[in-house]
Design a binder for this molecule. Structure first.
Ligand code: KG4
Ligand code: ZN
Length: 335
């Protein structure tokens, strides 16, 4: 059979990324151009700046991805692209580039949901279905039931902030640079859990999350201390915040595993890079196989989009040239 080479594009937020996947499982290249330096001084991603950066670097990313993979444009057999969720202007840059490439070479265009990408980044090891996934990123916190590759159903999600968003907001209050998740994780390992932050809905018998109360409690504590001229230790604040976050994530994940008894749990998305979360999963979830993508595939990257496109390609779920960005694209709920 002829070799299959998928050229995948990811531009939903602040990473411009292009990857090449050979024969469904060999990731030959995964070029990631991060714009974080440009957004740091604003304390978050500025959509207009993000779109402009994507335009500037996307062509170079395509060339580099092909070169690193050791193939030419003519070898590519399909094009995959993130069409949502994400920032509309940012998504449109990847869509325009992917469509132009596919059209010029007469190739099928495969539309991919960014969250399916995060989940299928775990495909770097073979997955067994059905499985449950805990997806934790800057924009999402959700539990997803996956009966087979390509069939994703939400069984629980956050009512307000995403967990990564909460990390970034409390990081800003502590004066850390954006995105703060990684630094808070490191600080948490140096401090003590001495502040009793709320663990919203932890005892409730549902699979919903809420992080806005935790964020407000953190901000209030910090603000009150500042007004009294006291300075709190960022390490202890981080340890206490992270302990609350992990208690919530672990409790809801365990509840989901009780309700949907599967043999595999995937934990993915930017926050899956969290060392504290990895430690708790390893010590507390022992009767289910836990798969976490390698660190380089946890953050936004086109490799995960390529992996997620395989099942869509097999179903011949191709898009027309009118494929548009869907900033609020979401998985369906379970019946
Ligand atoms: O998935 P991702 O790269 O982008 C989105 O699709 O949102 O996730 C980015 C988020 C940021 O909020 C960042 O602070 C968080 O992931 N993050 C972490 C860690 N590394 C990245 N949060 C907690 N602990 C980490 N080690
Ligand atoms: Zn993401």
């Amino acid at each position: 059979m002829k070799d299959r080479y998928i050229l995948a594009f990811e531009t939903s937020c602040d990473e411009t990324s292009v990857a090449v996947l050979k024969n469904d499982d060999q990731l030959l290249s995964n070029v990631i151009a991060s714009q974080i330096e440009s957004h740091k001084r604003f304390g978050g991603v500025v959509p207009e700046v993000a779109s402009r950066h994507h335009v500037e670097v996307i062509t170079a990313c395509i060339e580099e991805a092909l070169e690193e993979a050791g193939i030419t444009e003519a070898d590519v057999t399909a094009v995959a692209v993130t069409y949502g969720p994400g920032l509309v202007g940012a998504l449109l840059v990847g869509l325009a580039a992917a469509k132009a490439f596919a059209w010029a070479h007469g190739l099928p265009l495969i539309p991919v949901n960014h969250m399916a990408g995060h989940l299928m980044a775990a495909q770097s090891v073979p997955l067994e279905f059905p499985l449950l996934a805990l997806l934790v990123s800057g924009g999402h916190t959700e539990l997803v039931y996956v009966s087979e590759a390509g069939d994703y159903k939400i069984v629980g999600e956050t009512r307000d902030d995403a967990v990564g968003e909460a990390y970034d907001k409390v990081g800003r209050v502590m004066g850390l640079t954006y995105p703060a998740g990684r630094e808070i994780d490191q600080l948490a390992h140096q401090g003590d859990d001495i502040y009793d932050f709320p663990r919203a809905m932890i005892k409730e018998d549902n699979l919903e999350f809420s992080f806005s109360g935790l964020k407000s409690a953190f901000i209030n504590l910090h603000h009150n201390a500042q007004q009294k001229g006291e300075s709190l230790s960022n390490a202890d604040l981080s340890a206490s915040f992270q302990a609350a976050v992990l208690d919530i994530l672990m409790a809801k994940t365990k509840k989901a595993l009780e309700k949907y008894p599967v043999k595999t749990l995937v934990v993915a998305g930017g926050v899956a890079a969290n060392q504290g979360l990895r430690e708790r999963l390893a010590s507390e979830i022992t009767d289910v196989k836990v798969i976490i993508p390698p660190l380089r595939l946890c953050g936004d990257n086109a490799g995960m989009i390529a992996y997620a496109s395989v099942s869509e390609w097999n179903k011949e779920n191709f898009a027309g040239w009118d494929l548009n960005a869907k900033p609020s694209l979401a998985f369906e709920g379970i019946e």
